[in-house]
Design a protein around this ligand. Sequence first.
Ligand code: SF4
Length: 106
Amino acid sequence: MTAATRYAAAPDAARSTRDCTDPWFFVLFNADRSLAPCCWHPAVATLAPGESLDAALDGAAIREVRRQLLTGALNAHCADCPARGLTDPASLARRVHAEMAALQAG
Ligand code: SF4
């Protein structure tokens, strides 16, 4: 997506990341065995034959997308994401921790 076709607000200094927890709580597992963190982002990894889904779900590629969101160093897909609003990294970290705690509490 180019700046000319952007239809989501661009990140800025105050709101440098997306208010998105998908890479922690959602996965798109395609028929070709590729994994994407959401419906918008391209696949970041492909499950190898014999590789466990659990390992892929916490693999380096998806952890990198999480790191980018938590630091505001977004890749181009997240920066241009039309699905999630903007926030600051500290607020996103609080939301991720709260959602993890709620999940673990059942
Ligand atoms: S592309 Fe959008 S929905 Fe997907 S991980 Fe990035 S911010 Fe979240």
